[in-house]
Design a protein around this ligand. Structure first.
Ligand code: 8YV
Length: 322
């Protein structure tokens, strides 16, 4: 019997490709850049399954051109690149990679919060640019993190992992907004205050972290009006998805010092981003790397591979989203 045909659409660990080759007839991207757009669609057209990253969109138009496709395994927890309704309608299974990246991503979220609050990248530029002169009481003074109020919008696994760092490690108070309230035991552990509206979080928090999934309702959830509700001393951290924040409105607010700073790991239309951000000192910018450690990226890739293997062997997946 011939093996199922699998497309690995983005470059990934050779050992994971080797694992897939034990089970499948694999067409793997061993180049430097992800296949996307028409090239991806063309290569997908005769495949039974696909290993994807956020770089590939699968919607009804793509599915119509992939008649053999039965499963798409996303190497990411977020799956806004998959049109779940279209997958269901076409009888194609979709999977993601939850849990394995939670702590690594939370570490990065907290690092971005710290870097933003304490102006670490700005301070390094200042030093490298030869601007370090005599000591002054107000040189590069930042915002405290310990003992302040942490606001989290989106209290899933990663949100809770960031909350634990803030509450247990930094003595922060926690206010959060989420579609549903946490169970009583978790609320008690984190001494968490549930805010029924995002506005309450924006108004009360000293540091606001966005960790919610990118659904159509979340598009530009944070724009000029929302930023205007924040304290002038507050910071805004986005490790969720770019389109959740109106970055042009944010850049304007940062230029006018309406808030103290922002830390952004994600942007609308990556790798492009609102270039006005580059002119600002009070923003820390990173290229979507919150999950980027070798053990975590390997665990994500292996989980995506496990989903493909389990599907074609048992007809079941480990972490379905459809
Ligand atoms: C990925 C991510 O690196 O898991 C997610 O949702 O945003 C990142 O961990 C990226 O999506 C590539 O697949």
């Amino acid at each position: 019997m011939s093996k199922p045909r699998i497309l690995v659409a983005s470059p990934v660990f050779p050992e994971v490709i080797a694992r897939l080759q034990e089970h499948f007839d694999v067409e793997a991207n061993t180049g430097t850049d992800a296949w996307s757009g028409e090239e991806f669609v063309r290569r997908l057209s005769d495949k039974d399954g696909a290993f994807l990253t956020g770089a590939q969109t699968v919607d009804a138009r793509v599915l119509a051109q992939a008649p053999r496709l039965k499963i798409v395994a996303n190497m990411s927890v977020g799956y806004n690149n998959l049109d779940v309704a279209a997958l269901r309608a076409a009888g194609v299974v979709g999977t993601n990679t939850p849990d394995v990246l939670t702590e690594t991503t939370a570490d990065f979220g907290f690092a971005l919060l710290m870097a933003t609050a304490r102006r670490i990248t700005e301070a390094e530029r200042y030093l490298r640019d030869g601007k370090w002169g005599k000591w002054r009481y107000d040189t590069l003074v930042g915002a405290d993190v310990h003992g302040t109020t942490l606001g989290i919008i989106g209290m899933g696994r990663i949100g809770r992992a960031i909350a634990r760092r803030g509450v247990h490690g930094f003595g922060m108070q926690l206010i959060y907004h989420n579609r549903s309230q946490l169970d009583a035991a978790t609320e008690q552990e984190l001494k968490a205050h549930y805010a029924p509206t995002k506005e309450e979080v924006l108004e009360k928090a000293d540091h606001v972290v966005l960790v919610l999934p990118y659904t159509p309702e979340a598009y530009h959830l944070i724009g000029a009006a929302e930023i205007a509700r924040m304290k002038p001393t507050a910071t805004l951290i986005n490790i969720a998805r770019g389109g959740i924040v109106d970055d042009v409105a944010l850049a304007r607010a940062l230029a006018e010092k309406r808030i103290a700073g922002a830390g952004l790991d994600v942007f609308e239309n990556e790798p492009n981003f609102a270039k006005e951000l580059l002119a600002l000192d009070n923003v820390v910018l990173t290229p979507h790397i919150a999950s980027a450690t070798i053990p975590t990226r390997l665990a994500m890739a292996n989980l995506a591979a496990d989903n493909l293997i389990a599907f074609f062997r048992d007809g079941k997946t480990l972490t379905p989203v459809t």
